[in-house]
Design a protein around this ligand. Structure first.
Ligand code: AHR
Length: 695
């Protein structure tokens, strides 16, 4: 709980009570605190929309990368890890980790062979059971077999159902017990699979639902038998029945994503797209079609296996489910350690074209028909593609880029093409619609970079800040300090949104059991999730995309204050607000006077206006599983809302004031005015904004 936020949260910036004096050691008298260093600031805002500027509807979105088990063992709800036994490589025998054996060598031999019925992933598990329910070698109680602990424990929840699917064949009759087992060994759900010797002799798909009678976040799947013979298993899957819209996404993680209302989704990486070696890059064709038939691959940059169940199709579905425009980053023949020479790039160009056709081709086209078969006859709304990731400096990037650019523009003239070369300081030497800009830096570095695009040429391609974050010491696992610097950076993005069209934080997710890259926006394990301050910081910006940047001028003797003012229509109640956001990046309290011109005296409603503040007792504070809400925004009513306000900005804080505008006058024009519904000026303004953006 954010004590400061709660105590100071009402009304707005006026300090209240003894607790504040004790906590922050600053003298508060009457209605306003006096900052010890006499830090003052004045923000003049023009509410007039004629001097404002519409911001791109795409401004703030998301970047999903398969890193830190973000997808495999994360957003993708599959509970079985290495479900096809392919993670050990295509040769057999290979290791089967994290599968483990129940029983010892007296009772069974376990290995892999290449007898799978699936052509692109031939490895299957072979289990020779030496014991039996009768005779000289009696199986231990409960039988012998294998278990899978999932991704550091399966979260099995009481009353919920789980779809179990696997493929099996055997040398004789089958009598297999399939159970979800808690960490103490107790069975949470179980069923028996039996088949005659003739039925078992060929690969069969087995499919059923299990309902859990108890909850355990550290459960596992067991397949056991007490019958002698050889059993082969392949593509063993356990999916919770309640994935988001039935699309396979873990619901609690999806809720976190939806909370940011992303306008675009960049995917699937990052370095994940490139691979260290090209053979380990994300190649979209290997990730489509029935999940059982996908070969999967070892992502050799972030060093883990993925079954690619979250594949090309699922990423587009994810974007659609989030209400976000997909931005596909494709492999351009460049890996970290290898580069295809430009004269050999044609197959990669074709692969990119095919990937676009898959997304938006007609259901009768070659690749569009596969999309339709997978369940989405309507095209996905693909409008942006990026030619690789962070490859500008790689051998002949431009030469290869141009091959992609020409072929894609030829086939899809409207496609927005994103170059990896940063054109923010010097002009690009090749055509592009947008270019990537990435920044990972100290808190001061990111804070200062809010001015980065002030001087950028407005005549060239637009900017896509596709990765930004404070990292290393200043960020730790996700500090308040990092989020404040990032907030200031985004305020700079709003100001420069005539040239910056899109921005996304990176990385998005981390499974705490494979926390390879720190910090991240969202941290989770099998059952829990929390947002870091950088996640919550982004919530302050959800109304910016498509909103109106208002003209504002900040005058201050503090070098730590950054502010912006926007006008937006709430997606929840369709009412219009002026939102003023202010970061105090410094350690001093600052008194801020806000004056909004261009409004009638009573045009701000105090009831319905609110203040949202994020701060903490220590600027290095982080959230955690044990204290997930230590640094979160606290929303309170703002009774002092008005066109003139005096507010106080606590040290190291991010505050927004959402001021509800009174609906303005009613216009009627026709003589039969009584039958004409009144026109709400605010809605008229909304339309003009829309037209401006579309122009
Ligand atoms: O976000 C983590 C990594 O940072 C991305 O994979 C890469 O694009 C950047 O270097």
């Amino acid at each position: 709980m954010n004590v400061l936020g709660e105590v100071m949260g009402f009304p707005g910036a006026y300090c209240r009570g003894l607790l504040v004096i004790v906590l922050i050691g600053i003298c508060c008298s009457q209605s306003r605190c006096s900052a010890s260093a006499n830090q003052e600031a004045e923000l003049l805002v023009s509410a007039s929309e004629s001097t404002g500027r519409p911001m791109p509807s795409t401004l703030f979105g998301m970047f999903f990368e398969e890193i830190n088990h973000a997808g495999s063992g994360g957003l993708w709800a599959e509970l079985v890890r290495n479900r096809g036994f392919e993670a050990g490589g295509p040769s057999a025998p290979s290791y089967i980790e994290p599968w483990s054996i129940i029983g010892n060598g007296t009772y069974l031999d376990v290995g892999t062979d290449r007898s799978s019925l699936f052509e692109r992933n031939k490895v299957a598990l072979r289990m020779e059971v030496l014991c039996d329910s009768t005779g000289a070698n009696i199986c231990p109680a409960g039988g012998v077999g294998v278990y899978n602990p999932g991704f550091w424990g399966m979260n099995i929840q009481q009353g919920k159902t789980y779809n179990v699917v696997f493929y099996v064949r055997s040398s004789g009759a089958i009598n297999l017990t399939v159970s979800l087992t808690g960490s103490s060994g107790s069975s949470l759900a179980s069923t028996n699979v039996v088949a005659s010797a003739s039925d078992g002799s060929k690969w069969k798909k087995v499919k059923f639902l299990l309902q859990a009678k108890d909850t355990d976040a550290n459960s596992r799947l067991q397949l056991t038998t007490s019958s002698k013979g050889v059993i082969w298993l392949d593509q063993v899957s356990v999916m919770p029945s309640d994935t988001y819209k039935g699309h396979g996404f873990r619901t609690d993680l999806m809720e976190m994503l939806l909370g940011l209302k992303p306008r675009f989704l960049r995917f699937p990486g990052g370095c994940f797209v490139e691979g260290a070696k090209l053979r380990n890059a994300f190649r979209w064709k290997e990730t489509v079609g029935p999940w059982e038939e996908r070969p999967g691959h070892f992502g050799d940059v972030w060093n883990y296996w993925t079954d690619d169940a979250l594949g090309h199709y699922e990423f587009f579905q994810l974007a659609e489910d989030l209400g976000a425009i997909p931005v596909w980053v494709f492999n351009n023949g460049i890996a970290h350690d290898e580069t295809v020479e430009t004269p050999l790039i044609a197959p990669f160009v074709q692969e990119a074209l095919d990937g676009i056709e898959f997304a938006r081709g007609s259901p009768s086209s070659q690749w569009g028909s596969l999309r339709a078969k997978m369940g989405h006859p309507e095209p996905f709304d693909l409008r942006y593609v990026a030619v690789g990731n962070e490859d500008c400096w790689k051998p002949d990037y431009r030469g290869k880029y141009m091959k992609f650019y020409q072929a894609i523009k030829n086939a899809y003239p409207d496609m927005q093409i994103i170059s990896n070369c940063d054109g923010s300081s010097t002009k690009l030497d090749h055509p592009a619609d947008l270019y990537d800009y990435h920044i990972y830096s100290s808190a001061n570095g990111v804070f200062s970079d809010r001015h980065h695009f002030d001087q950028t040429s407005r005549s060239g391609p637009k900017v896509f800040v596709s990765e930004y974050a404070v990292w290393k010491e200043d960020a730790g696992l996700g500090s308040l300090l990092a989020s404040l610097a990032e907030a200031a950076f985004l305020l700079g993005i709003e100001k420069n949104s005539d040239t910056v069209q899109m921005a996304s934080y990176a990385p998005l997710f981390a499974n705490k059991n494979d926390w390879n890259w720190k910090p991240d926006a969202i941290v989770f394990d099998s059952s829990r999730v929390y947002g870091t301050p950088s996640y919550w910081m982004q919530q302050f910006f959800v109304d910016s995309s498509g909103g109106m940047l208002l003209d504002s001028k900040l005058t201050t003797n503090s070098s730590s204050i950054v502010a912006s003012a926007i006008s937006y229509v709430s997606q929840e109640n369709k009412k219009r607000y002026i939102k003023i956001k202010v970061v105090n990046f410094g350690s001093e309290m600052v008194n801020l006077t806000i004056s909004i011109s261009g409004l009638d005296q009573n045009s701000i409603r105090s009831s319905g206006s609110f203040r949202t503040a994020m701060m903490s007792t220590n600027v290095m504070d982080e959230n955690s599983f044990s204290d997930p809400n230590k640094v979160v925004p606290i929303k309170t009513l703002l009774e002092s809302a008005g066109k003139d306000m005096e507010v106080t900005l606590p040290p190291h804080s991010f505050i927004s004031f959402d001021l509800l505008k009174e609906p303005t006058s009613i216009i009627t024009r026709r003589s039969d005015a009584s039958s004409v519904p009144p026109i709400d000026i605010d809605n008229v303004v909304q339309w003009s904004e829309y037209l401006l953006q579309e122009a």
